[in-house]
Unconditional design. Structure first.
Length: 329
């Protein structure tokens, strides 16, 4: 069975237009001009049970609106959707017992309570008997290593600790589908990797279907085998992570501070993005030149500081989007 099935999903919002000038007229205050914005435009996709899917795009692409329709928070204007065979519009309460949500930028935990008290509270909401709830909390607490702070008020936890608790709270009722919206935002690299490993473990052991949104390429690369990219409310790519890596994630951004000002010699596979004094920014195409070869070409012995990162996700999306539209912006 498909965990998620969306067909022709659409959602339009009516938003107020900004008035020209510092002040609008009295008429504009009581009768504001509005326009329709198509947030989601005829989107169709499916997600298999046990799959980890990346659903990504730039800000304003329609990701959050889609998630809200999948979870029953918003009603679609057109199309239909089923999650675990349940229509979120008609049976939102029934669906709530089958899904979990974690929003990296929004807290669902009561900050003045301890994680343990929060978990007991959520267990009560989902009508879980005390004995079963205690066993579930103990099991998840061991898996997510919460023992050292499970009785500490949430307001005193680090961001990484809180995110782990947020995920546990969303798993108390054993959901079949988990929606993760930017789960690693703001976390340091070590904590990010720990969260990713826990998500992979949860998916493997519990066969939980995971619907992930993230702006972090690392999340997507390490967790997902399939990716859907949306832009302007439409799907511009639905492909495997392997294909995406081969075609679009083969470039790295290298930023360096050199010991002295140097004029770099152009080479195949290296594009000089910025060269100002001792600061240099390059793009390296790893299909043509490996990173270590690029550094050797630059003479890395004279490098004081270096940072290597992926091409920003927004750039990748725009490259795909342009390609799908014949090079048009």
């Amino acid at each position: 069975m498909k965990a998620i099935q969306a067909e022709g999903l659409a959602k339009t919002f009516r938003v107020r237009q900004k008035e020209n000038g510092m002040k609008g007229s009295i008429k504009s205050v009581f009768h504001p001009r509005t326009e329709e914005v198509r947030a989601v435009d005829n989107v169709s996709f499916s997600v298999e049970e046990g799959e980890i899917l990346a659903f990504i795009g730039p800000n304003g692409a329609g990701k959050s609106t889609t998630i809200k329709m999948l979870t029953g928070i918003l009603y679609p204007d057109g199309g239909k959707v089923e999650v675990l065979g349940i229509d979120p519009v008609k049976k939102r309460r029934q669906l709530a017992y089958q899904i979990g949500t974690v929003f990296g930028q929004k807290e669902q935990l009561w900050t003045h309570l301890t994680p343990y008290d929060n978990f007991k509270f959520f267990a009560a909401i989902y009508d879980i008997p005390d004995r079963e709830a205690d066993a579930r909390i103990r099991e998840l607490g061991e898996t997510f290593e919460l023992g050292a702070f499970i009785n500490t008020p949430v307001r005193n936890l680090s961001l990484g600790q809180r995110i782990r608790c947020e995920i546990v709270a969303s798993l108390i009722h054993r959901p079949s589908v988990l929606f993760l919206d930017e789960p690693t935002i703001g976390l340091d690299p070590v904590v990010k990797e720990n969260i990713r490993q826990l998500i992979k473990q949860m998916n493997k052991e519990l066969h939980t279907t995971i619907f992930l949104t993230s702006h972090d390429i690392g999340d997507i690369e390490k967790l997902c085998k399939r990716i859907i990219i949306v832009n302007a409310g439409r799907i511009v790519l639905d492909d495997t992570m392997q294909n995406l890596k081969y075609h679009y994630l083969n470039k790295k951004i290298v930023e360096m501070k050199l010991q002295e000002e140097t004029s770099l010699v152009p080479a195949q596979g290296i594009t000089i993005l910025k060269e100002k004094g001792c600061h240099v920014k390059l793009e390296v195409d790893t299909t043509k030149m490996r990173i270590n070869e690029a550094l050797a070409h630059i003479d890395a012995e004279h490098v004081e500081d270096i940072n290597i990162s992926n091409v920003p996700l927004e750039n990748i999306i725009m490259e795909i989007y342009k390609g799908r539209n014949g090079g048009a912006a």
